[in-house]
Design a binder for this molecule. Structure first.
Ligand code: SF4
Ligand code: SF4
Length: 187
């Protein structure tokens, strides 16, 4: 079956998830180090304020903090962490599949070009994507997603022994007692 976004869906640009647990707060859109400056420039050009936090860091020594950032994350504009700042929810313009359009579609980050593909061998789609909820999986029309996933994997590949994850302290008010902030070493 061919992968196609469902009519009127913008879910993945709106809903952010807790990952890997509520302790870490909601995650933003993955931004690779070489995309960060471009996102900041695009935000300026579109008169938008964006908040980019670190997401994954690495170090030689597990007793230090990260010495290198492998990935950042662009946070949503709502208090609960949802809704990408580049999603056009106001103008009334529609995307080709009738959802809200992305203001930077041709320049969007690799993570957005990859979604909902989370693995390519075998093809695995994020079960939270609305298409996947309806059709379970797809095996066609995923070439550009596969290419983007490969590029992300190449850039996130690391020889550093210690990997760190950043807790964002952002999410739903009722969950806030579970949030922590800052770097945590992956066990
Ligand atoms: S990728 Fe999935 S969740 Fe995102 S807009 Fe398409 S159908 Fe909706
Ligand atoms: S940059 Fe564009 S495609 Fe990516 S989450 Fe934001 S609105 Fe969606």
């Amino acid at each position: 079956m061919e992968f196609r976004c469902l009519d009127e869906c913008s879910q993945c640009c709106i809903e952010r998830e807790y990952y890997p647990t509520k302790k870490f707060g909601k995650i933003g859109v993955l931004i690779l180090p070489d995309e960060k400056k471009r996102m900041e420039k695009l935000a300026k050009e579109n008169n938008l304020e964006i908040k980019i936090l670190p997401r994954i860091g690495v170090s030689e020594d597990r007793n230090s903090t990260p010495t290198k950032i492998l990935g950042y994350q662009m946070m949503g504009i709502e208090k609960n962490g949802n809704t990408c700042p580049f999603l056009d929810t106001k103008s009334g313009i529609k995307s080709p599949h009738n959802g809200f359009p992305c203001k930077i579609y041709n320049d969007r980050p690799l993570a957005c070009r990859t979604y909902p593909l989370i693995d390519s061998d075998p093809i695995t789609l994020d079960e939270k994507c609305k298409f996947c909820k309806e059709h379970k999986t797809a095996d066609e029309n995923l070439n550009s997603e596969m290419e983007s996933l490969l590029r992300i994997k190449e850039q996130m590949n690391t020889q550093y022994p210690s990997i760190w994850r950043f807790a964002t302290e952002i999410g739903e008010m009722e969950d806030s007692h579970q949030f922590e902030s800052g770097w945590f070493l992956e066990e």
